[in-house]
Design a protein around this ligand. Sequence first.
Ligand SMILES: [Fe+2]
Ligand SMILES: [Fe+2]
Length: 142
Amino acid sequence: MGKDWNSSFELGNKEIDEQHKSLVDEVERLSDRIEKGDIDKTQILQSLNFLVNYAVEHFRSEELISKQYNYPNRNYHNSVHDEFKKKVGEVAEQYTNLNDEKKSLELAKDICHFLSQWLQNHIKGDDFLLFQFIKSVQNKKS
Ligand SMILES: [Fe+2]
Ligand SMILES: [Fe+2]
């Protein structure tokens, strides 16, 4: 278990919690390797690619659940996911095209910082609200 992950991120859905944990852990692993200088540009790009694909898959799971439960803030929540995908696509492209080694390293650090902050804020904010709604629906049913 990584140091950034703790039980305050758990929202009560096993599949989603596991996906969140994998995402947070992967960002943490990437940032540790960048800090240690133990990674090259190709590997950073591979890791970013993995993260983007995994995030897209994760958003799909979340959007499916929110559809099933007819979550009232569904459109807003989905649009936040879309914005994130767009933003990450842009920074990944910027990173790919940057040839200055020192600037690349700085940008990689910035990207990690952004990913880590975004994920943690999103899980504790918009995702938390979604799963709170789902819990309230489930409680009414039982
Ligand atoms: Fe999420
Ligand atoms: Fe989300």
